[in-house]
Ligand binder design. Structure first.
Ligand code: NAG
Ligand code: NAG
Ligand code: NAG
Ligand code: NAG
Ligand code: NAG
Ligand code: NAG
Ligand code: NAG
Ligand code: NAG
Length: 906
């Protein structure tokens, strides 16, 4: 042992002078760098070769550099404690400036803590697990890609094939579990579920592996992501093939830890892995890489005399680049004398606490990230203490090895070729892939599970509205095979068909007193889900998750149409409002008087008869304009009266035709008026109202201010009908509140008797089960299928579809005719005045000469006339309101006719 040691020492001693001789004109300072590798293994040996070559290459090119890295290789012996003790030795005795290696994640983690303590940079090129993070251990520098950088590409690949479930299989170690957090996160972010995960101990026997695989076979998922070191992966895939799981319908994905070394695996393993997809960093095959590869093989063969040397893996390239980075950084710092500050010995001094703290380490650490150069494995640039992201290569294991099928780049995602020109073909984003079982069809990612978990689904048993939900009587007894039909069930089944995986389920009909309670059963985990007409309410979301709603939502009320008034014997009075009637009457009299006075000399107007006869003829004339219009037998003699009558007849014409139209509509449409138009009316009259049994509408009504005693709970549409028909005062209800889907079903059966009125109170519609179904619900409601399902259950009869009730009053108001009345009033007035003027003019001589009394009488007459015409409107209004008060009608003449109407009629 001593002998060997002295030989090694002499080799080192021999080498150094040679280096010095080469560049003897320059003073060169050696910088000690410790390297911890598993020198007993092929990987360790090839890393040693690669790093030595890197050092030689570097100083051949940069011969004028004033620093020289001097490697001190130590053996970790594939053991965590040995690696740690090697590191302690390097730090304490050799006082190295930096450490490189070790190979495995677990060893690296231990050494990283030691280095962080001594403030010596640890440059790792092979520890890819994100469990060691440069943010946590600042002196750890990762000259490679961490494993989580593959999560996004793998998720993108899974998303591309629409797989909604995937199961990670990883080895039980810090390395294996390191990828899981980021893999789970990214898969969840694309909505892919992880129904299970399988951890395989590194030392697992084949039987143990078989057990795990058997468990996987029972799952419905057929997409597996394998993240483990090549030794375990080789054994796993041999078992996978032996159990027939490398067949059609399966998709296997491996991470770079296996994909990187596919060329080194045993041919039997490669055969077993046929169809596997792998992700690995992409290395452009540049001249430098080719040359390095060539030289490496020769060198390795010379050093180790192994029969066959494989192409260097990416780890060797990373090791090579890391050496260069360290060499450049060292040259930048130029501080070469090891300078360790020894800790003061405390009372509790242990061996490890005697290790000093490097004074140059922090400086070197700062220099490393600023080294950038074109390395073998792409541009060497450190971002946040680790290598910047590089494109990943996606490979498919076919035949003797890996075949590239596509790329993933941080900017563009999955592409077919790294040279952008070739990426326009969106349909064939990948080159043809051979899936397991020699299949060229992408697996759908799931199968019917053989013994997956069966979803226990509660369905409400209800007596009414079986269109939504119909649990047959027999089914309620024989729970094992309930026959359940209905709209909700059809929607549910269609949604399940749309899901990208199978959901086995079993229905359990439950009689509940309230839907809140039903929802609560799910919260208590008595059932996994509820399918049914469960409305999404804020309170309920505290207990369960809802899917998207699939029905129209909201609460409204149905009321009977108002009692049929077309049979009333006074219906003919209804078309005009009382006010309009009175105005019309007043104008009849007025026009009649005007015409009568103008025609006072006309014999046909009783010019020769008594006063009483004259009045009779005048009013007969005025009223006859209503029906006879022009067919008077009386001939008007004065042009003044003719003009007044023509205008009046015009007004009458409009009035009568409006009356006719209004009466017609009253006899037909008017009867479809709702008896109640708003909730306040119900509250004021403290009517009974109904709601559906078990529904949240009860709480809603209580909140609106109804007394609990005034609420009646109803179940079926027939009861609804019965209760509404009875009316509030006879043990029935005045209105029924319910959700719109039910009301629609109800109205489709009784559209001729009831109508839906009132504001719609917003709720969120029905929605059952599972968050993931929401997408399926949406695609269902947006697709063609939904109208078919709706048609199947809610087909309305033809008679109902056409009747649309108009809720506005069709009574004729005075306001609409005011203009006409003003016109005819003005015209008649002017005619009357003209007539008076004419008479005065004709008799002017008599008036002028006439006695004082005549004059006074005339002046008095003039005042009266003027007064009457100026105040005509007010007087008429005053008279009418007086009359209406007598009739017991509220004299609110300005508007609100419908209110007046309601208070009077009901
Ligand atoms: C080494 O020589 C190159 C030119 O051959 C020069 O550009 C570089 O600055 C020199 N470096 C040092 C450290 O002297
Ligand atoms: C690593 O070293 C830094 C600087 O000395 C220190 O702040 C940090 O706490 C250390 N981290 C751990 C995990 O010991
Ligand atoms: C791993 O790499 C990704 C991508 O470069 C990075 O976002 C993440 O922070 C890294 N994680 C650790 C623990 O270094
Ligand atoms: C060492 O021990 C002595 C007495 O036991 C105590 O007074 C002193 O504080 C300790 N020093 C440290 C650094 O713990
Ligand atoms: C470090 O070196 C000193 C002397 O060189 C020695 O006394 C001490 O035991 C060493 N510590 C470890 C942990 O090896
Ligand atoms: C509900 O089911 C019963 C028997 O299963 C059937 O007679 C009835 O017609 C169904 N109702 C509806 C609305 O389909
Ligand atoms: C919410 O629902 C729970 C369970 O159904 C019920 O106990 C609670 O009273 C409800 N809260 C309100 C404010 O409605
Ligand atoms: C009708 O009456 C109500 C109160 O009785 C009042 O708030 C409303 O403004 C009235 N409408 C019109 C058009 O005058």
């Amino acid at each position: 042992m001593f002998c060997l040691h002295s030989i090694l020492t002499s080799v080192i001693l021999l080498r150094s002078p040679i280096l010095l001789v080469w560049h003897d004109q320059l003073p060169v300072a050696g910088v000690h760098v410790g390297v911890v590798l598993d020198l007993g293994s092929m990987t360790g040996k090839s890393c040693e070769t690669s790093m030595t070559m890197a050092l030689e290459d570097f100083y051949t090119i940069h011969s004028n550099y004033s620093t020289r890295l001097e490697f001190q290789f130590t053996d970790s012996m594939d053991d965590v404690v040995s690696a740690a003790s090697a590191a302690v030795n390097l730090l304490n005795n050799s006082q190295v400036e930096a450490i490189m290696g070790p190979l495995t994640t677990v060893e690296t983690e231990f050494v990283a803590y030691l280095c962080n303590r001594s403030q010596v940079p640890l440059l790792s090129f092979s520890a890819t697990s994100p469990s060691i993070s440069p943010t946590h251990l600042p002196f750890f520098v990762r000259a490679n890609l961490n494993d989580s950088s593959q999560s996004i590409p793998i998720a993108a690949f899974i998303q591309h094939f629409g797989w909604r479930q995937a199961v990670p299989i990883y080895e039980e170690s810090a390395f294996g579990s390191g990828i899981i957090p980021s893999l789970v996160d990214t898969l969840q972010s694309i909505g892919t579920m992880i129904p299970d995960r399988v951890v395989i101990p590194t030392e697992a026997s084949d039987d143990q592996i078989d057990d795990k695989l058997h468990r996987l076979m029972t799952l419905q998922t057929r997409v597996f992501v394998v993240h483990m070191l090549p030794e375990l992966a080789s054994r796993l895939f041999l078992r996978v093939q032996a159990l027939g799981m490398m067949s059609a319908e399966y998709a296997w994905i491996v991470t770079n830890s296996v994909a990187d070394v596919l060329d080194l695996l045993d041919q039997s393993v490669i055969n077993a892995m046929e169809g596997v997809i792998g992700f690995r960093p992409y290395i452009a095959l540049t001249d430098e890489v080719k040359s390095f590869s060539q030289r490496f093989k020769e060198r390795f063969w010379q050093d180790n005399l192994v029969p066959e040397v494989a192409d260097p893996t990416i780890y060797l390239l990373w090791a090579y680049d890391a050496v260069w980075a360290l060499a450049i950084a060292t040259e930048m710092v130029k501080e070469t004398t090891p300078n360790f500050a020894m800790p003061q010995r405390g009372n509790l001094s242990t061996d490890l606490s005697t290790i000093g703290v490097s004074q140059t380490g922090p400086e070197l650490l700062n220099a490393i990230p600023s080294t950038t150069f074109g390395g073998l494995a792409g541009n060497f640039r450190l971002v946040d203490g680790q290598l910047q992201l590089v494109p990943l290569e996606i490979v498919n294991v076919v035949g003797k090895g890996a075949r590239r099928i596509g790329f993933w780049t941080p900017d563009e995602g999955i592409i077919r070729e790294i040279s952008a020109r070739d990426n326009t073909d969106n349909d064939n984003i990948f080159r043809s892939i051979i899936w397991p079982g020699d299949s060229t069809v992408p697996p759908k990612g799931w199968v019917e599970p053989t013994n997956g978990e069966i979803l226990r689904i509660a369905v409400p048993v209800k007596t009414g509205f079986t269109e939504f939900f119909n649990v047959s009587k027999e089914a309620q007894k024989d729970v094992s095979t309930p026959t359940i039909t209905g709209y909700c069930i059809d929607v549910f089944k269609s949604v399940l068909e749309k899901l990208p995986y199978a959901v086995p389920y079993e229905f359990f009909p439950i009689s509940v007193d309230s839907y809140n309670n039903l929802v609560y059963q799910v919260y208590l985990k008595k059932f996994d889900a509820v399918v049914g007409d469960v409305t999404i309410r804020a309170n309920r979301t505290n207990y369960v998750e809802f899917t998207m709603p699939y029905t129209e939502s909201g609460v409204s009320m149905v009321v009977p149409f108002r009692p049929d008034s077309s049979q009333s014997m006074w219906i003919f009075l209804k078309p005009l409002t009382p006010r309009l009637w009175l105005y019309s009457l007043a104008f009849f009299i007025f026009t009649g008087l005007v015409v009568g006075i103008i025609e006072c000399n006309n014999d046909e107007f009783g010019g020769t008869g008594t006063l009483f006869q004259r009045f009779g003829i005048i009013f007969y004339f005025a009223f006859s304009t209503l029906v006879l219009v022009f067919a008077h037998k009386e001939k008007l003699e004065s042009n003044l009266s003719r003009f007044a009558v023509i205008v009046w007849v015009f007004v009458v014409l409009i009035l009568t035709s409006s009356y006719t139209a209004s009466l017609t509509s009253m006899l037909t449409v008017q009867q479809l008026q709702p008896s109640v138009t708003n909730i306040n009316q119900l509250l004021k009259q403290s009517d009974y109202v109904g709601y559906q049994h078990g529904s949240f509408v009860k709480d809603f009504l209580l909140k609106l201010g109804f007394e609990e005693a005034k609420l009646r709970n109803l179940t079926t549409a027939d009861f609804y009908d019965e209760a509404l028909a009875k009316g509030s005062s006879n043990g029935g209800v005045a209105a029924i509140f319910d959700e719109i889907p039910y009301l629609k079903v109800f109205l489709s059966q009784f559209c001729d008797k009831y109508t839906m009125v009132g504001p719609i109170y917003k709720t969120d519609g029905f929605g059952p089960l599972l968050q993931d179904m929401s997408r399926a619900v949406l695609s269902l409601t947006e697709g063609d299928e939904m109208p078919l399902i709706e048609k199947k259950w809610f087909e309305t009869s033809d008679t109902c579809s056409s009747t649309r009730t108009s809720l506005s009053s069709s009574r004729l108001e005075f306001d609409g005719f005011e203009g006409l009345f003003i016109i005819t009033g003005t015209v008649s007035g002017i005619m009357f005045l003209t007539f008076l003027g004419k008479i005065m003019y004709v008799n002017r001589a008599r008036i002028i000469q006439g006695s004082q009394e005549v004059n006074e009488m005339l002046i008095w007459l003039w005042h009266i006339i003027r007064h009457v015409f100026l105040r005509a409107k007010h007087i008429i209004k005053g008279v009418i309101s007086m009359v209406m008060k007598q009739l017991g009608v509220q004299a609110r003449l300005d508007a609100n006719q419908s209110n007046i109407e309601l208070t009077r009629n009901y």
